[in-house]
Design a binder for this molecule. Sequence first.
Ligand code: GLN
Length: 479
Amino acid sequence: MSVVRQLKYRIQNGELSIVDLVKSSLKKAKEKSNLNCFISLFEDKALEHAYNIQERVKKGEELKLFGLPVAVKDNINVKGSETTCGSNILKGYVSPYNATVVEKLIENGAVIAGKANMDEFAFGSTNETSAFGPVKNPYDETRVSGGSSGGSAVSVAADIVPFALGSDTGGSIRQPAAFCGVVGVKPTYGRVSRYGLVAFGSSLDQIGPFSYDVYGASILLDAISGFDEKDSTSINKPSNFEPELRDLKGIKVGVINEFADQIQSDEVKGVYYKVLDFLKASGAEIVELELPHIKYSIASYYIVATSEASSNLARFDGVRYGNRVNSDNVKDMYFKTRSEGFGEEVKRRILLGTFALSSGYYDAYYLKALGVRKLIAKDFEKAFSGVDIIFTPATPTTAFKLGEKLDNPLEMYLSDIFTVPVNLAGLPALTLPIEFSKEKLPIGMQFISKWFDEKTMFDIAYTVEDYYKFYEKAGYGRF
Ligand code: GLN
């Protein structure tokens, strides 16, 4: 049975107390500090909160998240604590308000255990760009966690917390979920309020859940989603995602052959075809899709995302937020603050984005990229007129070695090849861990569903999960 469901029953029948669970989480977080998945830990606050929730539950209140601890990525504001975005420029910045998702976590009875490490401003695929040092993969500490939500993924994969929130602009939830063997979901654009999330690429960013299993991810997403008047791009849609086993007979599963050809690891390829065989054997119909513009995804993404990032990061100038390097004139103060505060990858992206938006290049790069983005979304729209779900690998390889791709940004960017098109189109997608490789590294696959049809995605992933039961092999949920 789902690990998160088991925790729920143990709490409901009094076998496990919320306070003990939170204590155990905090203890594990400290024991596993070498993984570097937390930037800050909320020891006293979390315990106080756990006592409160325990009282609420005793009084008979039914809480969607029933006291489970959650790690929150450090680009999401939690009132009264630091929001660093993994950057030197924001070290010491204390948020005066809660992000909407944080309000919702509290309302639904989750206990915030701490803030999770991440690539600086969420730019990266390995967590190595964090000013707080890299996060290590719990299955092999010489390897990366993936990124940019590496701390969130590892906090769950190392069995410290059952829940975490991350943000996904081009794969930052789904890629680390695959590298670390946990479930990670990027919701439909607009499903979750972005109020209180430090913006990277505003038209691509979504906050989403990590958990041990599909059930856990579905209830966490349910708890944080919904319309928010503070985010005009959020939308009110029904959100009961609680997954059910589905008869796969007759379900139409789309596959993208170009993706299969780009899998670099034989073992990832092997698992991809194995799951396809399972789907076929269960009666699903496999449909080969034509997505003629998908090959331009990485090019289009790295123009749109860097353009939006260069504009969003203009606010970090030493005046309003975080650290300042003083000087005798204001221009020099901006220059020194930004030179010292931002890391190399952030500077690279600001330069790329500013170039793409500059007069003379705007039409040739930025507008062109927006046009391509529209064509990619249209390709998906057409594809979904004939299929219920699209099945792809989540990553071309398993987790790579720390440092392996640091000197080659382009190669690093190409590791997002299966996740980026989903953000360009605004679609929902889920990473499901399936098996371990020979070296005991997790291998995950991706399910993409129609806009706002997360329910189908959860149901199908839940059915596949029920067959492979990765969470049992991983031994999650030991509290
Ligand atoms: N790895 C991608 C990038 O570096 C995605 C990041 C993200 O989703 N935040 O932009």
